[in-house]
Design a protein around this ligand. Structure first.
Ligand code: OSB
Ligand code: MG
Length: 365
């Protein structure tokens, strides 16, 4: 396969509800869509789902745009490859910049699976026909507003709720949701806002029967995560800490991870995401697919990835309507009774809506 043309576009969509984590708040997202066209005219789509500012990871939309334009596009345009893993190895010449690389890797997988005539899920080694979806609820102005959001999502069929926590917004809102919905799995995600000095907060959360505690400490604080896991029964889950498969090896060796959140964007694409899945599976660590409020293109990749056998916990892959009034694909991603169907058609399984994309594109190359 040779890529003849690389199309990059910055696309903006407003969120249906403002989303706040311990690290940043957003009302509108600007993601970069990557379209790779081969010599036969076949097109594969990918998404660079970086937040605007460097508060989740070091990347920004601007950094992704520059790296995609100046480094990744030239690498991809020159190359001949048979399998997406070969292209991923080439993209790996660029250090870091995982969100930017993920968009290209994803587009290569979408293109390749389409050319092979198989679904992206099947190309990746997935076997599930539907995946269990959860919702991630941001920090709200009040506990009542949080409870209203939880009630809405439970009424839509979601059976697992993740709550964003931060110092000052932890035990009280979590206990409120836990006791209002005793039949729902609840877990918390701190996005690294705490330190080991805050162990008392986690001892209290540990009494609430939570599914997991996601990324309580800073990304590089592997030792602190291991120390916390010795103090609490609730499994500690890593997100931001694991950018490379080597970070997972470190975390496993230190006993700093009992559950792993795998994000396509954070890991640098589907190729490394599958590697992390394989290693975690060998080590008996359950994994689940995290999200970055992807548009339909990136979410299609998340759905496909979640169909792999090691993804045994619900994904942060909700229906399009949880995020956007209108998504960038011709059909939205739909969640029914807490499940999303894995497409069986060749390729990504969702088609970009080109006319709507045109309306929402703010820059292109
Ligand atoms: O840590 O999982 C996170 C959104 C933005 C930044 C970080 C995170 C999130 C989410 C959203 O939790 C999950 C989703 O896409 O629904
Ligand atoms: Mg997280």
């Amino acid at each position: 396969i040779r890529i003849r043309h690389v199309d990059l576009r910055r696309v903006r969509l407003p969120l249906v509800r403002r989303f706040q984590t311990s690290s940043h708040a957003k009302r509108e997202l600007e993601h970069i869509l990557v379209a790779l066209t081969d010599e036969s005219g076949a097109v594969g789509w990918g998404e660079i789902a970086s937040p605007s500012g460097p508060f989740y990871s070091a990347e920004t939309v601007e950094s992704c745009w520059a790296v995609a334009r100046d480094h990744l596009t030239p690498l991809v345009l020159g190359a001949a490859w048979e399998h997406p893993a070969e292209l991923a190895a080439l993209l790996g010449k660029v250090r870091g910049n995982h969100f930017a690389r993920a968009g290209f890797d994803m587009a290569a997988w979408a293109l390749w699976s389409e050319l092979q005539g198989v679904s992206l899920a099947a190309a990746l080694g997935g076997s599930r026909s539907r995946i269990e979806a959860g919702v991630s609820l941001g920090i709200e102005p009040s506990v009542d507003e949080l409870l209203a959001q939880a009630r809405l999502r439970v009424s839509e069929g979601y059976r697992r709720i993740k709550l964003k926590i931060a110092p000052g917004w932890d035990v009280v809102p979590v206990r409120a949701v836990r006791s209002a919905f005793p039949e729902i799995s609840v877990h918390v995600d701190a996005n690294g806002a705490y330190a080991l000095d805050d162990a008392d907060v986690f001892r209290e959360l540990d009494t609430l029967g939570l599914l997991m505690i996601e990324q309580p400490f800073a990304p590089r604080a592997f030792v602190a995560h291991a120390a916390l896991q010795e103090m609490v029964e609730t499994p500690v889950c890593l997100d931001e800490s694991v950018e490379e498969v080597e970070d997972l090896i470190t975390a496993l060796r230190l006993k700093a991870v009992r559950i792993l959140n795998i994000k396509v964007s954070r890991m640098g694409g589907l190729t490394p995401a599958v590697r992390a899945h394989d290693l975690a599976r060998d080590e008996g660590v359950p994994v689940w697919c995290g999200g970055m409020h992807e548009f339909g293109v990136g979410r299609a990749a998340n759905v496909a990835l979640s169909s792999l056998p090691g993804f045994v916990l619900p994904a942060d892959v909700s229906g399009s309507d949880k995020y956007y009034a209108r998504d960038v694909t011709t059909a939205p991603v739909v969640c029914e009774s807490g499940f999303v169907t894995v497409p069986s058609a060749p390729g990504l399984g969702w088609e970009p809506d080109l006319a709507f994309l045109e309306e929402r594109t703010v820059a292109r190359l």
